[in-house]
Design a binder for this molecule. Sequence first.
Ligand SMILES: NC(=O)c1ccc[n+]([C@@H]2O[C@H](COP(=O)([O-])OP(=O)(O)OC[C@H]3O[C@@H](n4cnc5c(N)ncnc54)[C@H](O)[C@@H]3O)[C@@H](O)[C@H]2O)c1
Length: 310
Amino acid sequence: MRILVTGGAGFIGSHLIDRLMTDGHEVICLDNFYTGRKQNVLKWIGNPYFEMIRHDITEPIRLEVDQIYHLACPASPVHYQYNAIKTVKTNVIGTLNMLGLAKRVKARIFLASTSEVYGDPEVHPQTETYWGNVNPIGIRSCYDEGKRMAETLTFDYHRSNGVDVRVVRIFNTYGPRMLPNDGRVVSNFIVQALQGKALTVYGDGSQTRSFCYVSDLVEGFLRLMNGDFIGPVNLGNPDEYTILQLAETIQRMVNPDAKVTYEPLPQDDPQKRQPDISRAKKYLNNWQPTVPLEAGLEKTIAYFRDRLEA
Ligand SMILES: NC(=O)c1ccc[n+]([C@@H]2O[C@H](COP(=O)([O-])OP(=O)(O)OC[C@H]3O[C@@H](n4cnc5c(N)ncnc54)[C@H](O)[C@@H]3O)[C@@H](O)[C@H]2O)c1
């Protein structure tokens, strides 16, 4: 198949491309390199079945493809808040452009949504039927309301125009090729520990998160895209850790001498986030994460060690 991956030079997109290329597909990677890097897809450049297009999805584009994985959007608060209006445009105009393309060429389109659509959830763990508790005017709303609108558009194109859609809600994912400076907790702690700095915990560290290794996520993407269930479906690791537990694990694995310091919680930081993955198990052929946290952290630490040395 000929497959378009928007945001393909980013963290998750590049792992997805590795898998699609290895499976023998023809891949078009479309990216404006805001948070993505050519290095992430370097090994495919020059391969006749791989094409790289520098393009901003807020502008329309015409391409002939069979499937679209729509991932383009900065994912970390540092980057999506840097230009909040641009983040809204990417989520709304960008998603409209991709849905228009899918409609025109009759491609199946897969939207990468997020657990952020649940906001600071009052239901725990979060099931896909929960509508969320989102602040519409907060500093995270360009992203979470943007993704909610992207989901709305996707389901309206499905209902009104018969576009073949798939929607996934991704929970915290980590792995090699995350950016060292993006302020996400796993990369923050690893980089701080490798640099011999103190690990910064926001709040008292009792807030919880779940962490899914990127290869598990990509396996879920393929099952959703190539199955009959349209979603939305949660993909994430239901194992819940407090931020302090994560800090202590990374401290032990990288640098037992590293200290832990505490800073105030940022605005609208959710207290709890844990996916209910019953739907994924039911509709995606019993999908569940297989990579234990320490095994995934080992690979991620090795990547950051190489990158910081380089
Ligand atoms: N990483 C996670 O834990 C996580 C969690 C929930 C949802 N997601 C979603 O998954 C997708 C990928 O996330 P990621 O972690 O790989 O982030 P990332 O920032 O590494 O990748 C996003 C990619 O999109 C590109 N991009 C951004 N705006 C664009 C635009 N207007 N036009 C073209 N390209 C553009 C960036 O350059 C980058 O390569 C995002 O949609 C994100 O919202 C990620």
